[in-house]
Ligand binder design. Sequence first.
Ligand code: PHE
Length: 491
Amino acid sequence: MELSDNEVRVLSFLVHLPEDKKKIQESEMKIEGLGDREVSSAISWLETKGLITVDKIKTVHYDLGEEGEEYLYEGLPEEKLFNTLSKRGKVTIREVTEEFGEKQAKIGMTQLAKLGIKPQKGELEFKEIPGIKELFLKRKKFLESLKKGEAPEETEVLEHFKKREGVIQEKRQLLRIVKANKEGMEYIATHKEEEKIGELTSEIILSGEWKNKAFRKYDLNAFVEPLTGASMHPLTYLINKVRRIFLEMGFSEMKGHYIEHAAWNMDALFIPQDHPARDMQDTFYLKSHAKIPMEHPEITKIVKKTHESGIDGYSGWGYKFDSQMADDLLLRTHTTVNTIRYLYEHKEPPVAIFSVEKVFRHESVDWKHLAELHQIEGAVYSKDASISTLKWLMKVFYKRLGFTDIKLIPSYYPYTEPSMDVIVKINGKEVELGGSGVFRPEVTKPLGLKEPVIAWGLGLERLAMIYYGLTDIREIYNSDINWLKTYKIRL
Ligand code: PHE
C-alpha cells in the first residue's frame, strides 16, 4: 500500500502519541507544516486504507443568538420590566411599549406573565414573587457562560432559552476521534526510513534530490471522486425539443438578427408610433446613429401610407408618420419581426415557419421576468389558416411537451385580430406563456401577402420553469452546478 507524504506524517503522529493518550480529537492534531484541511483529508484516506479507526461523535453546542447578545449587555426584558414595576408599582401596557419598544415590551410581558404578573385591563401591577431575582441571575449567568464558550450546565435554563426566539443558537458538529490501529502501527514500523517522492517538481530535478530517493508508486486503485461527464444545459435541451416538434410538423426554421430597425420590429407590424411598448422604458435602443442600411428600404414608405391613411378600406391610425423613428436601431423586442421579414421575402403561400431565438426587453428582472429571454415564434401563411387552426396547433404543440391542459383567452396585440393569449394550467395554477393571433390586414396587405397569417410568440423560459419545476425564472441562468448536474442530458 502506498501512502502520500501527508498520510505518512499524520499516521506517524498518531502512532507516536503518548501511551495514555492514543485517541485524539481531529481538531487537536497540530502537525507542523500541515493545515487543518490537509490533516482532515489525510485522516479520511487513512481510514479508507484501514490504518486508523475513526469514531464519529455528533455534538451539540450552544452559542448566543442576536437577542441573547443584547440581553447580556442591556439586561433581560423581563427583568427590566420587573424592576420598572417595582419602582413604580403600576404601569400601563402603552407606557411599557413606548419605553421598551414594541418587541422588547412584548417579550418582557410574555415572560413576566409566565412568572405570575399578568396584565389586567391594560395595566401591569407589581407583585412580590419569591425567588425571581435569583432566577434572573441564573438566566444572566447562563448567557454569560455561553458567551465565554463554556458548555451549559443549567439544563433547565437551557430548555427555557431554547423556547425563546433568537436568544441562543444551536450548533451541531461532527467530531472525529482518531486512533492508529494495528495495521497503522505496523505500517510505520516497517516503512520507517524513507520519504518517497510523490510529486516530481522542477526543484527536485534541479537539486538532484531525485537520484537518492524512491518514488511513490502510482496507485491505480486509489479512490477518486467519480466524474460527471459533460451534459447538455437543460435550456438547450428544451430548445432542441421545441425545434424538433416544429420540424416534425413540417415547419421551416427561420433565423433573424438581434439588432433591428424600428421599421421592421414595430412599424411593419402596425404598432403605432406612440405605442407604450416603443418607449425607452420598454425597449433597448442603440445609441449609435451609424447608419446601417435597411435590407428593404422601401418598407418605410409602404408602412407610412398604411399608418397615415390605411389600406383597402381599413382606416389606419390617422397620424403623421415619422420616418426618422422608423430608422431607429434597437434590440429586437420580439421575434415576430423574424416572421414579418420572412413573409415579405416569401410571398408564395403556403408557408409554415418558426424560430426559437432571443429577445430583449427593458424589464426589471424578478422571479417571473427576464430582460433577455427566448421566444418560440411561429406562423402559418395559407388560405386554410384560421383561428381554429391556430387553436389546434397550440394544443398539439404543448401536448407534445407534455402539457395537456392549455387555455386560450382573448387578448390584444396591435398586429393581430383576433388575439389570444396561451395559458397553461399546472398544479391548479395558470401560467401565461405568450400571445398569438391572426395578422390584421393592415399588416398583411401592405406587404403583398394575399392569404391569412396565423402567428404566435411564446416564452421559452416560462415554459422551462414549469417543465423543470422551478419557482424562480432566474434559476435557469444561475449556472448552479448542482442543479445542472441533476439533469444528465447526453450531448
Ligand atoms: N409578439 C408578441 C409578444 O412578444 C406575441 C405574439 C406573436 C402575439 C404573434 C401575436 C402574434 O408578446
